[in-house]
Design a binder for this molecule. Structure first.
Ligand SMILES: *[C@@H]1O[C@H](CO)[C@@H](O)[C@H](O)[C@H]1NC(C)=O
Ligand SMILES: *[C@@H]1O[C@H](CO)[C@@H](O)[C@H](O)[C@H]1NC(C)=O
Ligand SMILES: *[C@@H]1O[C@H](CO)[C@@H](O)[C@H](O)[C@H]1NC(C)=O
Ligand SMILES: *[C@@H]1O[C@H](CO)[C@@H](O)[C@H](O)[C@H]1NC(C)=O
Ligand SMILES: *[C@@H]1O[C@H](CO)[C@@H](O)[C@H](O)[C@H]1NC(C)=O
Ligand SMILES: *[C@@H]1O[C@H](CO)[C@@H](O)[C@H](O)[C@H]1NC(C)=O
Length: 247
């Protein structure tokens, strides 16, 4: 999980949009989603293993150290900023949104003395606003559940591809044809045995044609003219097609 987020961070790091500036379309869409879900400009509190976090979603938590801090980490005796609102980055797709904050308080003799930074990953979850602390070291990672993000996933899953629907329709038509034809031949024509198969003559003809085709293709002598080639109108293979397709 952390690795995925790291990759996301590296890939998306170049997009320099934030909570406030409506600069590029991608972050605008993500921001509008957060507003729609009523989590934009809200603050949340979550307990980790060692500390408590006050998390602002594009907002500043109540008792921030400096104006403009987006996430506050509270230890027993101290608190530090995990990122600033002005250094935010918002990217997203249909089923996730990633909000990152940078330039928090600087580490001392840890994490290469870098400034603290944090990411909030919004993903599908049962309860909107349920936050899980994923990582509590140099790079802080939080997972934020949003019920609305699940619907898009479900929709994608339920959508059948055009090809599958086509095949199902063909199968339905074929079985309707066979069953309907079977009863028609049996009841109306009094057919029995193999004669009950509808349009038996046509299918026999088709079988013959197919056999001819196979014979032609597979047993062809190399010197024979390829008269049955698909672009050649004079070929014997295609001549029967009109009869076959006729009901
Ligand atoms: C964010 O919420 C605060 C109150 O919690 C409000 O004063 C402020 O105007 C809001 N900002 C935006 C941009 O909606
Ligand atoms: C911050 O303060 C506002 C009112 O000023 C309150 O509604 C909100 O719950 C507080 N947030 C936290 C995380 O304490
Ligand atoms: C917090 O401060 C108290 C004294 O003010 C000290 O005894 C305690 O060890 C400190 N705890 C941590 C985790 O630094
Ligand atoms: C990072 O934050 C410090 C104050 O905490 C500020 O002086 C500095 O300009 C900020 N850096 C950037 C790139 O915004
Ligand atoms: C971090 O800063 C301290 C001084 O505050 C310094 O002694 C140490 O070498 C620095 N570490 C790194 C990895 O830059
Ligand atoms: C939040 O989600 C975790 C699992 O991710 C679950 O254990 C916990 O009960 C949930 N909390 C609420 C209030 O739904």
């Amino acid at each position: 999980m952390n690795r995925i987020i790291l990759i996301l961070l590296i890939c998306c790091g170049s997009i320099n949009a934030n909570c406030n500036s409506p600069s590029d379309d991608e972050s605008k869409i993500a921001r509008e989603k957060l507003i729609k879900w009523k989590i934009y400009n809200k603050t949340y509190q979550v307990k980790g293993k060692t500390s408590t976090y006050e998390i602002g979603i594009c907002s500043t938590p109540n008792n921030s150290i400096n104006n403009g801090d987006a996430i506050i980490q509270k230890l027993t005796n101290s608190s530090s900023s995990l990122g600033q609102l002005s250094q935010s980055n918002l990217v997203g797709e249909d089923n996730w949104i990633l909000l990152t904050y940078e330039n928090g308080s600087r580490f001392h003799n840890q994490c290469e003395n870098k400034t603290r930074s944090a990411s909030i990953l919004f993903i599908c979850g049962k309860k909107t606003g349920n936050i899980t602390v994923i990582q509590e070291s140099c790079n802080y990672v939080f997972q934020f559940q949003v019920a609305e993000l699940c619907t898009s996933v479900v929709q994608v899953k339920n959508k059948m591809s055009g090809g599958a629907i086509f095949i199902i329709i063909i199968l339905c038509l074929a079985s309707a044809y066979l069953i309907g034809g079977f009863f028609y031949m049996r009841i109306q024509r009094g057919a029995r045995g193999i004669d009950q198969i509808p349009n038996l003559d046509m299918w026999r003809k088709l079988g013959n044609l197919a056999a001819d085709g196979c014979n032609f293709c597979c047993r062809c002598k190399t010197d024979a003219a390829r008269s049955g080639y698909i672009f050649d109108d004079s070929g014997p293979d295609l001549r029967g097609d009109d009869d076959i397709l006729a009901p």
